[in-house]
Ligand binder design. Structure first.
Ligand code: F6P
Length: 354
């Protein structure tokens, strides 16, 4: 049996831990198996770039950040676009799946990866997905691997901002990753004790944010921490089409800089912008993610053994299970207004900008 593995989309801590879990569990439980590593995500499948992986490839990588297979972003919308010879990337992937002699393909990735995985599965390939992303926005799983490590990193950033913010009496506006989903901002904001948390799911009023900071200043708290998701938007912006919003923002693709400026003007405080960026995705996975990744990888190995394809691994109420790819692909798990974490934030006076 030949099993292909690829990692696609933005990387995150835990990818190698999952690869290790898959390899170890397959070598342990499946007979006459060959594992094929595909380079750079769907890019390698499109180009036909792969190599046989040995048992030694799966050792010593539990704590390693990034992905030993490499990754790339391959937009879903381009998958079925045909070139001058009427060949699409999907055609090439199907051809290479056959050429590589694969019996199944394990795809480690986020929302986009899952959409392509569902497409490949619908086209007859045997696919098993594994839910990766620091955004935690994959439908049907309570948690994705990589998320909790990113929460830990972003929390440490906020922690470290507290002392310098307090020393200078400044308002620190920290931009947390997450374009559509605000889970990372919500969790790290709560964990780091942010005073304002702004999410893509809850459009905010700059006036309300400025008022909250003014109130803090009047009560003797000279500094404030504003955790803003990179995809957060004002109420006004939320009424615009994506293109219109992008035009209005110009070079400043996120709201963060303008927000910091507006806070300084309206609340009369000194502000600084901090963008931890890809640091949130770098380095070793946390203990939580090492365990989760090992559980997910080993479960995927079991799915291979059982010949259960067209599915993706999930954690549901503390149990590792799976969902049909067709059921979850294209759906985003966004922060629902009124969820426990939102209620908690508001109950302790954190301003959500409304
Ligand atoms: O999907 C994970 C993520 O880190 C998002 O939070 C962020 O918006 C995006 O990837 C950044 O993408 P890139 O690595 O391509 O800059």
């Amino acid at each position: 049996m030949k099993v292909g593995i690829l990692t696609s989309g933005g990387d995150c801590p835990g990818l190698n831990a999952v690869i290790r879990g898959i390899g170890k569990s397959i070598f342990e439980n499946v007979k006459n198996v060959e594992l094929i590593g595909i380079a750079d995500g769907y890019g390698g499948l499109i180009r036909g770039e792969c190599r046989k992986m040995e048992k030694t490839d799966f050792t010593g990588i539990l704590t390693l950040g990034g992905t030993i297979l490499g990754t790339s972003r391959q937009p879903f919308k381009l998958m079925t676009v045909e070139d001058e010879n009427s060949v699409s990337r999907l055609d090439l992937m199907k051809q290479n799946y056959k050429k590589m002699g694969l019996d199944c393909l394990l795809t480690l990735g986020g929302a986009g990866t899952h959409k392509t995985a569902a497409l490949l599965s619908a086209e007859g390939c045997n696919v098993i997905g594994l839910p990766k992303t620091i955004d935690n926005d994959i439908w049907g799983t309570d948690v994705t691997f990589g998320f909790h490590t990113a929460v830990d990193i972003a929390t440490e950033c906020i922690d470290r901002l507290h002392s310098t913010a307090a020393s200078h009496g400044r308002t620190m506006v920290v931009e947390i990753m997450g374009n559509k989903a605000g889970w990372l901002t919500l969790y790290s904001g709560l964990a780091g004790g942010a005073d304002v948390i702004l999410l893509p799911e809850i459009p905010f009023s700059i006036e309300k944010v400025a008022k909250a900071i003014e109130r803090r200043a009047k009560s003797g708290k000279a500094f404030s921490i504003v955790a803003v998701a990179e995809g957060a938007m004002t109420i006004e912006e939320s009424k615009m089409k994506k293109k219109e919003r992008a035009e209005k923002r110009g070079a400043d693709t996120t709201i963060t800089n303008r927000l910091a400026k507006a806070i300084a003007e309206k609340a009369g405080v000194e502000t600084r912008v901090v963008v931890p960026g890809h640091i949130q995705r770098g380095g070793s996975p946390s203990a939580y993610d090492r365990v989760l990744s090992t559980e997910f990888g080993s479960f995927a190995g079991k799915l291979v053994k059982d010949g259960r394809f067209g599915v993706t691994v999930a954690m549901v109420k503390g149990e590792v299970t799976y969902n049909a790819l067709a059921d979850i692909a294209g759906k985003a798990k966004l922060v629902p207004d009124g969820c426990q974490e939102i209620k908690t934030a508001e109950s302790i006076g954190i301003c959500l900008g409304r």
